[in-house]
Design a protein around this ligand. Structure first.
Ligand SMILES: [Fe+2]
Length: 387
């Protein structure tokens, strides 16, 4: 075989993750399973492999061999092709299905060239033709073991690579959420109301999206978009943001620049989350048209923004926003207002989904702990955006 027995053993033990995966026995020796219904041929192969330092196990049939493989680690299988009941090809198929990493060498008669080719097609690593010589067996088995070692090594490398890629993706996601948190913190310094408002808009939007059975990625972007939808208020004067009384027209126009300001701020960091960016830009569009900043209407407004508009308005109505004219509304009054404005300011489908979310407990009627499906989102958001 290629190299000495000692080299073979060291090579496999050192590079596989463990004895079982390497097919070594308890003492760390390579194990060979010889499968042949003819005892004298089986014994001959066994003696040959034992002389090469293998621990050998014999099986007189494919069925018996499968039973052995289920009980103990094996490094390489040498199997005859022609056997009664389960023939060598059937046995090979079973082994490949159950033990894809098993090194299998098939033994064929000279006349069975086509069968030998079939063996390779089914995943045998090599084949031997009778009659074979000691040197030939040594060389073939050595090559097979080396091939198997490389396959296992390559697989281990791929697994480690995938782990690294996943870890890197997690780091990037964490960094992204931290960036969003930084933006939220920056706004919170100017406008303490916004944080609670943004969290609630995110929760309400998620509840509506779930009631509409939108897919997970969409819901995730809606959750993020809700958190940062008002980030453009960083550019609004504090005297306007925190004004206790009603706003003048100029002040209202000033505050309503925030969707475009937010869109400009977040465009570079939300390139992979365009729907979240749509929420930032278009959450003050009106379903009937004449909203800001683009005067879109109907389904021309991104769905995520139509959802956020309902969530945003509901929260504005049920919380004591400084510049809101009129007082805080009850849940019932706010719902009635959403229904009244359905089709003009709000998408009727979204309002219906909102009502469904209210009915199933997805929308809390206080600003306390969310209930129903929102509860599942409360913890990740607290973790992602901090208190
Ligand atoms: Fe807004």
């Amino acid at each position: 075989m290629n190299g000495t027995r000692a080299e073979m053993s060291v090579g496999l033990v050192g590079k596989d993750s463990g004895h079982v995966q390497a097919g070594l026995d308890g003492a760390g020796k390579l194990t060979c399973l010889v499968v042949d219904d003819e005892p004298h041929l089986r014994h001959a192969v066994r003696r040959l492999m034992e002389s090469e330092g293998f621990v050998c196990v014999e099986a007189a049939s494919g069925e018996a061999a499968l039973a052995i493989l289920g009980e103990r680690p094996v490094t390489v299988v040498l199997s005859d092709v022609r056997m009664p009941r389960m023939d060598g090809l059937s046995f090979l198929r079973e082994v490949r299905a159950l033990y894809p990493d098993m090194a299998v060498v098939m033994i064929t008669a000279v006349a069975d060239v086509d069968v030998a080719v079939s063996c390779l097609a089914l995943g045998a690593m090599d084949y031997l033709m009778k009659p074979f010589h000691l040197d030939e067996v040594r060389a073939r088995v050595g090559q097979v073991l080396e091939k198997r070692r490389l396959v296992l090594e390559n697989r281990g490398y791929q697994i480690r690579l995938e782990d690294r890629v996943q870890a890197q993706a997690r780091r990037l996601e964490d960094q992204f959420l931290a960036t969003m948190q930084s933006f939220a913190n920056a706004l919170e310094v100017k406008d303490r109301y916004t944080r609670g408002h943004s969290i609630r808009v995110s929760q309400y939007s998620v509840a509506i999206a779930k009631a509409m059975e939108l897919d997970t990625e969409l819901v995730r972007q809606i959750e993020i978009g809700g958190h940062v939808h008002d980030i453009g208020k960083i550019g609004v004067r504090e005297s306007v943001l925190n004004k206790p009384g009603p706003l003048t027209d100029e002040e209202y126009q000033h505050i309503m620049t925030h969707p475009m300001v937010g869109w400009r701020i977040l465009s570079p960091v939300l390139t992979d989350r365009p729907l979240a960016l749509d929420i930032v830009r278009s959450h003050h569009e009106r379903f009937g048209g004449r909203g800001i900043p683009d005067g879109l209407s109907g389904t021309g407004i991104p769905l995520v923004a139509r959802i956020a508009a309902v969530a945003d308005s509901f929260d504005a109505m049920t919380s004591g926003r400084a510049y809101r004219r009129g007082g805080r509304l009850t849940l019932e009054a706010a719902v009635a207002e959403l229904e009244r404005c359905s089709g003009t300011q709000f998408d009727p489908d979204v309002v219906r989904a909102f009502l469904a979310a209210v009915a199933n407990g997805g929308i809390a009627n206080t600003h306390g702990t969310p209930t129903g499906e929102l509860a599942a989102y409360a913890e990740p958001m607290a973790a992602g955006y901090g208190a």
